[in-house]
Design a binder for this molecule. Structure first.
Ligand code: ARG
Length: 458
């Protein structure tokens, strides 16, 4: 007989049981469900809604059930639909009819919202830790590459040289914002919905704040209808996770490009690459590729959740059971990616000479020639045109700017003097970007200093 079987005259069709059950995936919430129940039953006794002895029996029973589930010894069944009713059933099997008092003043609707929040709270803490570790790895690479110059690209065309440390710090900034977003969202997750009942509250003299305090929430979700019917905290998490994995995916793409023979800027450690079943020479950046690929499923979960929610009338609707798998999968996907990325970045070999050789064979110092002329009072637009001509000449002659003799420069502008060779050297070009946030070595050192002190504080 179902826990809710009273008003039914027939057993549920087996296909219905199978179709509506969530136990196959929501068993992930078991420990949170029991944690919530322990706080609820404590409150029921404190508020004299049930006798203290009954509460003690129920608590003992719940702890027993928790152990049994953790050990994989509990039988969780589709007939009992979801984790909430499975736990209640196991409890009643253990302690007898008194176990039936646990659900006093509570509904699965506020219970499931509670479990989701407890789960997400823990997950956010773990993800923030993992993101911080990745930031540390990137900063480690930045510190080791304060003299490594590579071409900076726009449109994937060589644009202006930058420090590899600067490039790494760009990602540190992105992941810092990801951490900020997750931490900010925590305060909206960290509210207790328990006590909302099915939708309208409850007739029992419960103490919602007591339960909230016991579970370390910052407070309660004020409105009972809102408490059971909204999942905006899940959407927000999925959006934050989407941004984080988007950043990881862009970094992945760069790692993939840089490890190609065409770039040959880095080599990922053997421990983080895989081979080919047919081509003996292959070493593939599979982890980076797979992270890039998995960003798709995380975005999918975000759109899926938004779509599930968009037409739902207040309050709880069964559609909302669809909130779980995407959230679980997103947490696991992001955790997995971050756990691999930190050591993969730390162990990556940076091929400084190849990066430098690439800078020597491009026109990424052309802006500096224009800026040089501007400093000699030529309007920028005219300087741009002159340098365009110089570059065209070089292309026709198969040369780069630094290959030109002073006389050749002078054919284009007699403002150009001997000091131009120093001005156009890659180190000078990089260090000339001496503005806040620029790629000059001292500015990058400053970025690293500021970012690491923020990381230490957090
Ligand atoms: N398994 C359900 C879910 O995950 C729990 C809440 C069900 N409530 C209900 N009244 N059917 O959404």
């Amino acid at each position: 007989m179902k826990l809710w079987g009273g008003r039914f005259t027939k057993p549920t069709n087996e296909l219905v049981d199978e179709y509506t059950a969530s136990i196959s995936f929501d068993q992930k919430l078991a420990q949170y469900d029991i944690q919530g129940s322990l706080a609820h039953v404590e409150m029921l006794a404190k508020c004299r809604i049930i006798p203290v002895e009954d509460a003690e029996t129920i608590k003992k029973g719940l702890k027993f059930v928790a152990k049994k589930i953790a050990a994989g010894e509990a039988e969780l069944t589709e007939a009992n639909e979801d984790i909430h009713m499975n736990v209640e059933k196991l409890l009643i099997d253990e302690v007898g009819a008194v176990g039936g008092k646990l659900h006093t003043g509570r509904s699965r609707n506020d219970q499931v919202a509670l479990d989701m929040r407890l789960y997400l709270r823990d997950s956010i803490v773990t993800l923030v830790e993992l993101l911080s570790k990745l930031q540390e790895s990137l900063m480690e690479q930045a510190n080791q590459n304060l003299d490594t110059i590579l071409p900076g690209y726009t449109h994937l065309q060589r644009a202006q040289p930058v420090l590899f440390a600067h490039h790494m710090m760009a990602y540190v900034s992105m992941f810092e914002r990801d951490v900020e977003r997750l931490k900010d969202s925590f305060k909206r997750v960290n509210r207790s919905p328990l006590g909302a009942g099915a939708l309208a509250g409850t007739t029992f003299p419960i103490d919602r704040h007591f339960v909230a305090e016991q579970l370390n929430f910052d407070g309660v979700v004020e409105n009972s209808l809102d408490a059971v019917s909204d999942r905006d905290f899940v959407v927000e998490f999925l959006a934050n996770a989407s941004l984080a994995i988007m950043h990881l995916s862009r970094l992945s793409e760069e790692l993939v490009q840089w490890s190609s023979a065409e770039f040959n800027f880095i080599e990922l450690d053997d421990a983080f690459c895989t081979g080919s079943s047919m081509m003996p020479q292959k070493k593939n950046p599979d982890v980076a590729e797979l992270v890039r690929g998995k960003s798709g499923r995380v975005y999918g979960h975000l759109i899926g959740m938004l779509t599930t929610l968009k037409g739902l009338p207040i309050a709880y609707n069964k559609d909302m059971q669809e909130d779980k798998e995407g959230m679980f999968d997103t947490v696991e996907t992001l955790k997995g990616a971050l756990a691999l990325f930190a050591p993969m970045i730390s162990t990556m070999e940076v091929k400084k000479d190849n990066m430098y050789a690439a800078v020597a064979e491009d026109f990424s110092n052309a802006t500096d020639l224009a800026d040089y002329l501007v400093n000699k009072d030529l309007p920028f637009r005219e300087a741009h045109a002159v340098v365009g001509q110089v570059v065209l000449h070089c292309i026709q002659e198969d040369k780069y700017l630094l290959d030109l003799k002073l006389e050749e420069f002078k054919n284009f502008s007699d403002l150009i003097e001997e000091d131009i060779y120093h001005v156009l050297a890659p180190q000078t070009v990089v260090n000339a970007r001496d503005v806040a946030g620029g790629t000059a070595k001292n500015r990058v050192e400053e970025q690293i200093r500021l970012a690491s002190s923020r990381l230490e504080e957090s």
